[in-house]
Design a protein around this ligand. Structure first.
Ligand code: ADP
Ligand code: MG
Length: 362
């Protein structure tokens, strides 16, 4: 047992609430309606996990909520702040105004992922797909204009069509691609204690998912190395919905289903946060052994949770509509008994893209 002090119990505000950090070696589902405090509570758990364990954490952060994870709040004591400063916490940004930036090497993607980014189907678009399959792409030689010119000017009509497709979709213009810069996967391979991928600042809607695909595919390809990582995905419905809406989403969902089913034995553990259980793929949801539930009003969603998480007592689930912000039900492997918790304070600065309304000068 590695006790993580995450707050106090709802029944006894003087009693610390503890979850078992050693049991994050399985998948965790985090849910509650918008504004119920999911992201804040997730932050509290991650902070304790970083302080009390050695487990490396990777965060897919679509709202830049963890962009300041490296910075402690002013009210945090000097000793704790110093311990925090010793942790190797890296934040990679998607907005082009903030460094360091988050990049993926297009050439590192598997053929099927490259095809998904180009919306190519192996059957329907058999010739273009085949041209892609047999393209020679060295990581050192990739250069956008030369690459496109070679394709569009090729003798092979399938290569020409592939070139036009890539050019027309303007995929290679995405700031996501490394184009010679280092890839996030290089940083990930060093396994810093925490690596935050702030994927919210991209301008093209396909980029956050392509970033996730690049990262997850890399982790999965190297699963035999068995280097543990807690893969935290906030707003997880954007990455593994029950019905994928694009080829990249389909590929991502497939990968997350695979990690949910088999990742545990390779040390790849998911921590997924979303508003409703039905918003993520059932084959991912059903693999989760830990539940953190914040306020949730809908009886239908609570019934769904009761169904999937048979270990949670009904009478506790039914209290969820009455939870205040920052209150949560924890159940499953990481808590000896199901418990109602009032979350403690964050140590680090909350990021997020909500801007304050400035008062008009008078
Ligand atoms: N336990 C808490 N203590 C103090 N403020 C909180 C707490 N939980 C949430 N908040 C605040 O409430 C707002 C919504 O919380 P958030 O975690 O972003 O909700 P969600 O992710 O469920 O939409 C944020 O501004 C956050 O700072
Ligand atoms: Mg949130």
């Amino acid at each position: 047992m590695i006790p993580l002090a995450v707050g106090t119990t709802v029944e006894g505000p003087e009693r610390p609430a503890v979850i078992d950090g050693s049991r994050l070696n399985r998948h965790t589902f985090w849910c509650g309606q918008s504004g119920s405090g999911k992201t804040y509570a997730l932050g509290v758990v991650l902070e304790q996990l970083l302080l009390q364990t050695e487990l490396p954490v990777g965060v897919l952060d679509p709202n830049a909520d963890f962009a300041e994870l490296g910075r402690t709040r002013d009210e945090v004591g000097a000793e704790e702040a110093a311990r925090w400063a010793d942790l190797d916490i890296r934040v990679l940004h998607s907005s082009t105004v903030r460094d360091p930036q988050l990049h993926i090497r297009f050439v590192d993607l598997s053929v099927s992922s490259k095809a998904a980014v180009g919306r190519l189907d192996p059957i329907e678009d058999s010739e273009e797909y085949n041209a892609l399959l047999h393209l020679r792409l060295g990581p050192d030689r990739f250069e956008r204009d030369r690459f496109l010119a070679a394709l569009v000017g090729s003798d092979d009509p399938a290569q020409r069509r592939l070139g036009l497709r890539i050019d027309n979709l303007q995929i290679l213009d995405w700031p996501l691609w490394a184009m010679g810069a280092t890839s996030v996967t290089d940083a990930l391979d060093e396994r810093p204690r925490a690596i935050v991928l702030d994927v919210g600042g991209f301008s093209h809607p396909g980029e956050p998912q392509a970033a996730a695909l690049g990262v997850l595919e890399h982790l999965w390809e190297r699963r035999m190395e068995r280097r543990p990582l807690l893969i935290v995905i906030d707003e997880a419905h954007n990455f593994c919905p029950p019905i994928p809406r694009s080829s990249v989403e389909a590929k991502l969902t497939e990968l997350l289903i695979q990690i949910a089913a088999e990742g545990r034995k390779f040390g790849l553990w998911l921590f997924l946060s979303t508003q409703r259980p039905t918003k993520i793929h059932p084959n991912v949801l059903s693999q989760c052994d830990n539940l953190g539930l914040m306020r949730m009003n809908s009886p239908r969603d609570l019934a769904e949770l009761a169904d999937v998480f048979g270990f949670v007592p009904r009478h506790l689930l039914e209290q969820s509509p009455g939870f205040r912000k920052g209150e949560a039900l924890f159940a499953g492997a990481f808590t000896e008994e199901p418990q109602l918790v009032r979350m403690g304070r964050r140590l680090t600065v909350e990021g997020g893209s909500d801007l304050a309304v400035a008062a008009r000068a008078s």
